[in-house]
Design a protein around this ligand. Sequence first.
Ligand SMILES: *Cc1c(COP(=O)(O)O)cnc(C)c1O
Length: 387
Amino acid sequence: MSDIIAREDAHTSGLYQKRALAIVRGEGARLWDANGHEYIDCVGGQGSANLGHGNAVVADAIATQARSLASSTELFYSDRRAELYGVLARILPRDLDRVFLCNSGTEALEGAFKFARMATKRPRVVATMRGFHGKTMGALAATWGPEYREALGGDALFPGTAHIPFNKTEALDAAITPETAAFVIELVQGEGGVRPASPEFVAEAGRVCKTRGALLIVDEVQTGFCRTGSMFAIERYGIVPDVLCLAKSIAGGVPMGAIAFARSLGDLPKRSHSSTFGGNPLACAAAIAAIGEMERLDLARCARERGEQLVDGLRGIESPRIREVRGLGLLCGIELKENAGPTIKALQDRGVLALGAGPTVVRYLPPLVITAAQVDAVIAATAAALS
Ligand SMILES: *Cc1c(COP(=O)(O)O)cnc(C)c1O
């Protein structure tokens, strides 16, 4: 393993905070490092592995499509893209029946902001404190985390982006004005500490956006594709936004993002947005297979059942170091009264790979195929790590 680490370290950008672990293989919710040590995966590709590792149906679909046609842009129509649009239209709310395909979460947010500004002819975006929407320039302006923006001139990045307190319903009315193109929100803040939005906040956001003529953008890059116990978290909140951003698990691990939006946005200027890899047949084939597998395996139910098991188990741990256990579906976190780093390391030493979410939260984002026995093992490892 140390030779892999040395070879990467020789050329890495240096931008990532890496753990000294080379992961080389996965199966379901299990991972193996280069020394053959086995782990239960509660990082889940940071949300891109909802379907679990090594899914054979997705692997076969990728291989078959790669042999037939991997590259073709939106200059032409495509059988695979047409098929994927049909699949997305079937699982999305009826009003969100137009889709722009791209390659990542941040790219979905970039497009969403552009679409909102073009459709409303307004300049401003309102986002939430602790929100995370990606790290390219436009998305980064909506991302909270002043530490990510400091070196770039902070709020000069994308002038006119404001952040309001998450779940503070009273703040919406003053923040969303006739200048506002869109309000953007995660229904469960992932990176920001596993914080579910209150139904009142979400409902009021929808109401204020409607009365002010601003668009509601819901960022389901992390909550989408069964993570919170339904195909999309908007179903749990009973809302239909104007724009829905998707990525991470959409294509079973192949890079892909999508912006689903309402026809009421009107016609956007031709060629005002595009992406060479967007909607390529290889990614589309992977997405069709992945979504089919999510439905066949009923991953929404898995997320509800295993999520309840995990949250109940974590709540049962008696430790003075725990402040709160939170979650929706299988997006779960423990907020500690201390820095989460040592606990994440202690979990790793006990064979569980978990994730941070802000300085004090241990986040669990396992593949949704995780078994009941594996969840029990995660709970036991956490109890030991916090004892
Ligand atoms: C991960 C994430 C993004 C950014 O996605 P990338 O593919 O890393 O660019 C945006 N929004 C949310 C809610 C995310 O969790």
